[in-house]
Design a protein around this ligand. Structure first.
Ligand code: 3PG
Length: 215
C-alpha cells in the first residue's frame, strides 16, 4: 500500500472541508484536527480559495496530510499541487484526471459507485477508491456487494456518514477510512467552535479503535 493510502487508513476518518474564509480559519482548523487525533483533511474546491486553505493548513501543521477534494479539472490539480496537496479526490471517475495525477505521482481517489466505475479504476491500477455519495448510492450493502467481483479495492465512503453510522461502516474490512463533514460543519467553523471540533475528532478516533478491535 502506498504511504499516503497507509496513513489515511491508519487515521480512519477524513474530514471533508469547505472553508469560506481560509485566511481566518485554515490554520486554526488544522490545529484542531491534529489535536483531536485526525491529522488529515480533504479540502474541497467547492469554495474559492481552496488552494490557499491547503497551503495554510500545511504551513500550520506540516505533519498533517492535506488533500484536495471536489477536483474537476486539471487546472485545479495544478493549483492543489502547487499549494502542497498530497492527494486528490474527485466526485466521479474522470480518466483524464486519473491519468494526469498518475503522471505526476499524485495519489488520486476517484468517486466510484458502479461496476463500470470499478472496471475503469482497475484499468488504471488504482487500489483505493472514494465511494461517493455513499448513503445515497446504496451504502454499506452496495459496498459489500461490489466487493464480491472486485475484492482488490479498498474504499473510502463519503456522503451521509456521521458518528451514528461510522462504526458500522468501519467494521467492514473493505473500508479503509470514512470521509465526512460532520466534524467540520460550516456552523462549527464559522463560529470558532474549535473545542467541539476537537471533541468530535476524538470521538471519531475512539470509534475507529472500537471498530478495528472488534474486527
Ligand atoms: C463529500 O464531498 O465527500 C461529501 O459531500 C461529504 O458528505 P457529508 O457532508 O454527507 O459528510
Amino acid at each position: 500500500m502506498c504511504d499516503i493510502n497507509q496513513k489515511i487508513s491508519e487515521i480512519g476518518v477524513v474530514p471533508v472541508i469547505k472553508l469560506n474564509n481560509p485566511e481566518r480559519d485554515a490554520a486554526n482548523l488544522a490545529k484542531a484536527l491534529c489535536e483531536g487525533g485526525v491529522p488529515v483533511a480533504e479540502v474541497t474546491f467547492r469554495a474559492a480559495g481552496a488552494d490557499i486553505a491547503i497551503r495554510l493548513m500545511r504551513e500550520a501543521c506540516p505533519d498533517m496530510l492535506v488533500g484536495a477534494g471536489t477536483v474537476l479539472t486539471t487546472e485545479q490539480v495544478d493549483k492543489a499541487l502547487s499549494a502542497g496537496a498530497q492527494f486528490i479526490v474527485t466526485p466521479g471517475f474522470d480518466p483524464e484526471l486519473v491519468a494526469y495525477c498518475q503522471e505526476k505521482g499524485l495519489p488520486i481517489y476517484p468517486g466510484c459507485t458502479t461496476p463500470t466505475d470499478y472496471h475503469a479504476a482497475l484499468k488504471f491500477g488504482l487500489k483505493v477508491l472514494k465511494f461517493f455519495p455513499a448513503e445515497q448510492s446504496g451504502g454499506l450493502a452496495k459496498i459489500k456487494a461490489m466487493s464480491a467481483p472486485f475484492p482488490m479495492f479498498k474504499v473510502m465512503p463519503t456522503g451521509g456518514i456521521s458518528l451514528k453510522n461510522l462504526k458500522e461502516y468501519l467494521s467492514c474490512p473493505v473500508i479503509c477510512a470514512c470521509g465526512g463533514s460532520y466534524m467540520v460543519t460550516a456552523d462549527l467553523i464559522d463560529n470558532n467552535k474549535w473545542e467541539e471540533i476537537i471533541e468530535l475528532c476524538k470521538k471519531s478516533v475512539e470509534i475507529v479503535k472500537e471498530a478495528r478491535s472488534n474486527g
